[in-house]
Design a protein around this ligand. Structure first.
Ligand code: SF4
Ligand code: SF4
Length: 70
């Protein structure tokens, strides 16, 4: 599946504990770790599936996109 053009991933790094769950659940390898925190490595692959937001135990991730384009 192609990435969504209008998606944004917001990571609240002060809430991220570095558990790596989001990186492991992301089906398209959008996220990665840097200095013990998750970051967006390649937003162009993001399908806005929201798995990272759902799985993050610390509510550090928010997936933002225009739902009218879904
Ligand atoms: S919304 Fe889905 S594809 Fe996008 S970063 Fe999160 S898990 Fe990966
Ligand atoms: S799942 Fe949440 S707490 Fe864990 S690494 Fe990802 S952003 Fe950080």
């Amino acid at each position: 599946m192609a990435g969504k053009s209008n998606v944004k991933i917001h990571i609240k790094t002060e809430w991220c504990k570095g558990c790596v769950i989001c990186v492991e659940y992301c089906p398209t390898d959008v996220l990665a770790m840097r200095n013990g925190k998750a970051y967006v490595k390649d937003i162009t692959k993001c399908t806005a599936c929201e798995l990272c937001e759902i799985r993050c135990p610390d509510f550090a991730i928010t997936v933002l996109y225009d739902k009218s384009e879904k």
